[in-house]
Every structure is written in structure tokens, then in C-alpha cells.
Design a protein around this ligand. Sequence first.
Ligand code: NDP
Length: 287
Amino acid sequence: MAATILDGKALGARIDERTAQRVTTFVDEHGRRPCLTVVLVGEDPASQVYVRNKIRRCGQTGIESREHRLGVDVGEDELLRLIRALNHADDVDGILVQLPLPDHIDAALVLEAIAAEKDVDGFHPDNAGRLASGMPRFVPCTPRGAMHLIHEVHENLQGLHAVVVGRSTIVGRPMAQLLLMADATVTIAHSKTKDLTSTCLDADILIAAVGRPKIISGGMVKPGATVIDVGINRIDDGGKGRLVGDVDYDQVMGHAGAITPVPGGVGPMTIACLLENTVDAAIMRMA
Ligand code: NDP
């Protein structure tokens, strides 16, 4: 039987509606809109699309957005100066530095320079540490969005085995922390995992966050499992660029109980959660 398709666009739109209501309440109480500032360095085409989508969705929910575009040659010092200024700006609630940054800039240093209470991406070590300690403040948007999708299928994760393929600080690790907090039994697999197929086959919930097209095949998925595909890979499909995930969608469709498409799955949820985090930041700062 074909799997249920988990529609991130539709769920993201429902979350955005709730966010828009929270924005209205915030404006009534504080006389200003929550404000997200996005910093984009260089001309990376994918980053430009992501930033454009984030700004558009801010507008749709009533969040004020500001954009700082810096040239690809900008010095690390200049970028750090801008972040410090944004940290001190009273009317800025959330700061997001679009990744990746050019090679001459130390991304870890830049992310750590963002005030933790404005770190709506949740990448600051303070926020990562809080999540790892079970006291989350800002949770990285992609895993937060993936959890919303998982909860569409599983109200309660107790007794379920979740396998996360990928251990990046942006997706894999925070994903595993969230699943653990939700009482799943969690395995993290990565490039040094010995037998990825048997590890994945044991998963009731399988999350792929690798960055390799179709690395998860039908034979790696337990019948009825929930499969969340975080991967976004651009492939050359007969000369036409196309986005695919880490999961072989057509194959896995016949094995999984539920599956996220790419595009239209985790991607739109990531932005919905960024907007949620921005309103959370604004409310926390005014408390
Ligand atoms: P990283 O490159 O930082 O991490 C990839 C992880 O996959 C690493 O932990 C790596 O292991 C592991 N890995 C690589 N090859 C294998 C393999 N053959 N078998 C098992 N594990 C492997 O990527 P990100 O976490 O930043 O992103 C992952 C994917 O998610 C990308 O496609 C990215 O574009 C996408 N993404 C999507 C978002 C969205 O909004 N939908 C947001 C963010 C990312 P090791 O640690 O051992 O090297």
C-alpha cells in the first residue's frame, strides 16, 4: 500500500496562521511588530532563494523583516561589527545569518557572536547546550519542523525507535535531542556507521539528513515506518536541474507508512518554525 504523504506546505500554512494570530496579539500589546533581520553574504543562488522565501513568509504573517546584503569579499570583522550592532538594536528580535558563509569567514565564530536571546536559528552554543540539557530555548528550525510532521502521525513516541541518519549540528544532533525529549529510543547513524541498511531497517521513524540523493532505498525501510526526508539535493535530470531528497521517494513509497516529499515536506516547515521562533524571541524579550 502506498504511504501517506506528509504535506509540509499545508501544515506550514496552518502554523503560519497561528503565528499571524500571535503577531496580532503582540502588536496589540507592544505597539510594534516582531522583527527578523536576515544577513546574507555573497551571491549564492540557493541562499538568495531561501532568503527571499523567508522574507516573503515574514510579510504573510505580519512579521517585520529587514535584510542586510554584504558582498562576498566582506571581512569577518565587518560582519561581526554588524552582528554586534544588531545585538544591541532594541527593535530587532531575531537575527539570522544565512549559511553557508564564504570560506574566509569562520562560521562558528559568527554564529557565536549572535546574542543567544536573538538566535532564532538556534545554532548558538548556548541554545545547543540548553537543548542537549533538556531545557530548550530556541530549537533549530529544520528539526523543529520535522517534529511537527512526525507528530502528525505519532501523537506519542514512547516505545518507538527513531533512527537519524546524519549528525550535523544544524540538523542531525538537534533532531536526535528532540526525539529523545519526546521519549523515542534514538540511534544516530553517520558516515562511519558500519551497516546503515540494518540500522535503518530497525527504525519506526527514519530521518534522513545526509545530503546525498536517494541514499535511502526501499530495502532500507521497515514496512509501515514514518520517513522524514530532510535532504535537499540539486541533480541534473537530463539537463534540467531538479531538487530531490536523500530518500528514493518512488521506491520508499511502497514500504513506508508515511513519507515527506521533496520539495514540499520539511522545507516549508523550516520557515514556519523560523517564524515561530521569531515571535517567541519577541515575546521573551518583552517579558
Ligand atoms: P552535513 O553535510 O553537515 O551533514 C551530513 C551528515 O550526513 C554527516 O553527519 C555525515 O556523516 C552524514 N553522512 C554523509 N555520508 C553518509 C553516508 N554515506 N552514510 C551515512 N551518513 C552519511 O549536512 P546538513 O546536516 O547540513 O544537511 C543535510 C541535508 O539536509 C542536506 O541535503 C541539506 O541541504 C539539507 N537541509 C535541508 C534543510 C531544509 O530546510 N529542508 C535545512 C538544512 C539542511 P559524518 O558526520 O560522519 O561526516
